[in-house]
Design a protein around this ligand. Sequence first.
Ligand code: HEM
Length: 77
Amino acid sequence: MKKTISKQQLALYNGTDKDEIWIAYKGKVYDVTHSRLWRNGQHYLHWAGQDLTEELADAPHTEKVFEKFAVVAVLEG
Ligand code: HEM
């Protein structure tokens, strides 16, 4: 079982407050710390440390981009 984290806890993984950078999509939390495309928690005007499920609709890519990243937690709620 993955641990469950709250939105408040996730918010700390924004590229500033903690060393790791995490993003949530459809209830799963991914570690994108090592992605060059998420450096400093920023990705084409999208910010890490949050649930970005709704925002994927703005992206030029599909959810396939998540495949190579480890799921580190499950988002509460
Ligand atoms: C204006 C919006 C966005 C633009 C222009 C954009 C652009 C890109 C580009 C060019 C890539 C490179 C690889 C590829 O195309 O497959 C990429 C990768 C990625 N994007 Fe986005 N994206 C946007 C929004 C989002 C959103 C909202 C999310 C999260 C829900 C997201 C998550 C990712 C992830 C996880 C990767 C893979 C990074 C890697 O492989 O290191 N993107 N994006």
